[in-house]
Design a protein around this ligand. Structure first.
Ligand SMILES: [Zn+2]
Length: 259
């Protein structure tokens, strides 16, 4: 298996580091603020060790599984479950359900990842896949994906008013909280995904079309790169550098990398 490459300072988090982060640093109040905009009950999900192969021994069998967390009364119960699994990744479900657990809509989102960027050095996603480096990315790809996030935000702003940008740990997510976006038909979502893709944005169409309903949880730890998933203002995006920005660097990395 080929080695993953990542911008300097980014690396897998250990189990002990995940534990330290979710015990002491994970902000339930910031997370609660994020979900103020969401309608209805939110379900969560974790993946323990699919990509990193780092997992608590007792969860060896479930390391690859997407584990849904839907039985919780509070965010602190969600935190407790995350501490039980110590996952590499945490997500929430964009689907909105009624009291009978019937789906009534879905938050619209756009997922821009550096692997979807064709890099002058590392080539296209197909090239990277051929070398088994589908999750690798470089500083240049990170810069390019940031520029795409700015442009995509500006494009979406013309149509929607409640848009937010999140640094996902690798690339960027754009979330749309306009009520009418929740009720878009599957057909409309597919069309929107295709339109945005045709404009040259390196989005993951499955996320926008709705087939992939999970999205990375803001303020959680991205365990492949040891970065905190962070909502960022559009106005600061130009200067934003997740390799050194203190707000997305967990304490366990120390201050070595922060600017
Ligand atoms: Zn590259």
């Amino acid at each position: 298996m080929a080695k993953y490459y990542m911008p300097e300072g980014m690396r897998y988090a250990t189990l002990e580091e995940r534990k330290e982060f979710y015990t002491a640093e994970f902000s339930l109040s910031k997370m609660a603020q994020w979900f103020e905009k969401c309608i209805g009950k939110v379900n969560f999900a974790v993946i323990i060790g699919r990509h990193t192969r780092i997992y608590p021994e007792k969860y060896r069998e479930d390391a690859d599984t997407t584990i849904i967390i839907d039985e919780h009364q509070s965010l602190s119960q969600v935190q407790n479950q995350i501490l039980e699994f110590l996952p590499e990744s945490a997500y929430y479900d964009r689907n909105v359900y009624d009291e009978n657990d019937r789906k009534t809509g879905q938050e619209l989102a756009f997922d821009l990842d550096p692997e979807n960027i064709t890099c002058p050095i590392h080539g296209s996603l197909a090239d990277k896949m051929k070398r088994h480096q589908g999750l690798s990315f470089c500083a240049l790809e990170l810069q390019m994906v940031k520029e795409q996030a700015i442009r995509l935000y500006e494009y979406l702003e013309k149509e929607f008013s409640e848009t937010r940008i999140v640094y996902s740990g690798r690339g960027f997510h754009i979330h749309v909280f306009d009520p009418e976006a929740y009720t878009l038909s599957d057909k409309k979502r597919r069309e929107l995904a295709r339109t945005v893709k045709a404009k040259g944005f390196g989005i993951d169409e499955w996320v926008t079309a709705g087939e992939m309903r999970l999205i990375r949880l803001p303020y959680s730890l991205h365990g492949l790169v040891s970065r905190i998933v962070l909502p960022v203002e559009k106005s600061e995006l130009e200067r934003f550098n997740p390799v050194v920005d203190a707000r997305c660097i967990p304490k366990f990395l120390g201050e070595a990398f922060t600017s």
